[in-house]
Write a protein that binds this ligand. Structure first.
Ligand SMILES: [Zn+2]
Length: 259
């Protein structure tokens, strides 16, 4: 068979194939993760009288102002305060393919509209705003505007009832942040835990660059960047006070998990 004829046949087949491929194939769901930092365990409740019905309400002990993180990468498209009604302060993230997640009754916002987020990015804190009778996170997954049954890592949540969900959100690499030690000249003491009461495990000169793996709260320290009780874990059993760490953020760093 002449080569030219082969080419034409292939082109004809490709054209035919192009016609029968659906114009808008279904998009796979994003890999949604539990909307709390890596390693945390939260009690999640579903119930038939919930609005909308497939939502989950998350709780744990003393959860007011605990950080809430993005379930998956996307773009924040709503940061809205409905006052004392409905969701109160809520964030919506657009994950593409028609998928959105909702985070409601927040006490505080940590993102703004248009911001790109990824797994584990802190978007706000747990509260009791809107039509809420106690602190919790109201969480939804939606497809094309309709609430859908929630899945984490592809596994269906419990419908109906209450169970614990442990987060692996932001556990991997890519959720660290760079920092730089800044003191007036005295070397900064590295501690074995998040506080001045923990053992000294070394010192770092001002100007030293560090990698922050996670952040937590501990002893309040007054340093180069004011007073803060945030401590940065820069290695295994190695913590430094955020008050002496330049991170480009005041307070917790978006995307860096809590220890
Ligand atoms: Zn709810």
């Amino acid at each position: 068979m002449p080569r030219r004829l082969l080419t034409l046949t292939a082109a004809a087949l490709m054209a035919a194939a192009a016609v029968i491929i659906p114009a808008a194939p279904a998009v796979a769901a994003p890999t949604f993760k539990v909307p709390f930092p890596c390693g945390q365990t939260w009690s999640g409740q579903t119930r038939t009288n919930h609005s909308p019905p497939n939502s989950i309400d998350f709780n744990r002990t003393n959860d007011v102002d605990d950080p809430v993180v993005a379930s998956a990468s996307g773009t924040v498209d709503r940061v809205t305060d409905l006052g004392n009604t409905s969701y109160g302060k809520y964030v919506r993230i657009n994950h593409g393919g028609g998928y959105h997640t909702y985070y409601a009754h927040l006490n505080a916002f940590r993102v703004s509209v248009g911001q790109t987020v990824r797994h584990g990015t802190v978007i706000g804190t747990v509260g009791s705003t809107g039509g809420s009778t106690g602190p919790h996170l109201h969480y939804e997954q939606r497809l094309n505007g309709a609430d859908i049954r929630i899945r984490f890592n592809g596994t269906l949540a419990l419908y109906w009832g209450t169970r614990n969900y442990t987060s692996d959100n932001g556990c991997g690499s890519g959720s660290t942040a760079p920092g730089t030690v800044r003191t007036a000249g005295t070397p900064l003491t590295v501690r074995s835990g998040p506080g001045t009461g923990y053992a000294s495990v070394g010192t770092l000169a001002t100007g030293t660059n560090v990698t922050i793996h996670c952040q937590t709260t501990g002893t309040s320290v007054t340093g180069t960047y004011g007073t803060s009780n945030i401590w940065n874990r820069i290695g295994s059993g190695r913590f430094i006070a955020d008050a002496y760490t330049y991170t480009g953020h005041s307070g917790f760093i978006p995307g860096v998990p809590r220890c």
